[in-house]
Design a protein around this ligand. Structure first.
Ligand code: IPE
Ligand code: IPE
Ligand code: MG
Length: 224
């Protein structure tokens, strides 16, 4: 994954061989897929693949800071992923907690602001608590916004946006005729963020799997 990103970045160098920051994305989105297949190829259990996925994520976050990318949004757990075997779901949740506990000092030191999008209230208490701690502690950092999508589904996000907009209308803050594309963008979980410039999906699947359907309207896609 990282070598693929590296290759992509090499194509963004100017004639003098320097990285051309103007050609780099401001907002990079990644569907973190293919963990299970990676593990199977190596004869390992799926969880080992998820562990390797977390390792790769560590390097990706570092690379984004180095490459001056401003926003990284990663799809880590979808609203559909609850249908996986219970042991896999709980291993994923444990990994999330472990990752946040271990990485927080370094994320803080590197100026990374941690955020999460999705229906977070359905996550296990411990995961919610670690996320809240990470968000509070890093809230004023501004080198990279690291946005983790957890129990995220784009359709659920659109439903929630409709509810939010209806409440604005009901309270008299907004008239129905004033609703426009900007209103919808603002009502999404990604409300204050620009749309991604580049989406990467390792694993070769040519699907969005319910990720950022509205926000990806004009995003460049890389499936590898
Ligand atoms: C992505 O890898 C991790 C999560 C969805 C949490 P997968 O577990 O989907 O791996 P594959 O797609 O089965 O290889
Ligand atoms: C997409 O991967 C979701 C995440 C990476 C969190 P999946 O493996 O869950 O998606 P499908 O099942 O291939 O569509
Ligand atoms: Mg998958």
């Amino acid at each position: 994954m990282l070598s693929f990103l590296n290759r992509w970045y090499r194509s963004r160098h100017n004639k003098d061989g320097n990285l051309d920051f103007k050609r780099l994305p401001r907002h990079l989105a990644i569907i973190m897929d293919g963990n299970g297949r990676w593990a199977r190829r190596k004869g390992l259990p799926r969880v080992a693949g998820h562990r390797a996925g977390v390792e790769a994520l560590r390097d990706i976050v570092k690379a984004c800071v180095e490459w001056k990318i401003k926003i990284l949004t990663v799809y880590a757990f979808s609203t559909e992923n609850w249908k996986r075997p219970r042991e896999e779901v709980s291993a994923l949740m444990d990994l999330l907690v472990e990752y946040l506990r271990q990485e927080l000092p370094e994320l803080q030191q590197e100026g990374v602001q941690v955020r999460a999008i999705g229906r977070l209230e359905a996550l296990p208490q411990q995961a919610q608590a670690e996320l809240a701690r990470a968000r509070e502690l890093t809230a004023s950092n501004n080198r990279l916004i690291f946005n983790v999508a957890l129990n995220y589904g784009s359709r659920a996000e659109l439903v929630d946006a409709c509810r939010k907009i209806s409440a604005w209308v009901e309270s008299g803050k907004l008239r129905p005729g004033e609703i426009n594309e900007e209103t919808i963008s603002r009502a999404l979980y990604t409300g204050d963020l620009p749309d991604p410039d580049l989406l990467i999906r390792p694993s070769g699947e040519m699907r969005l799997s319910n990720f950022l359907l509205w926000q990806l309207a004009y995003t460049e896609l890389w499936v590898k």
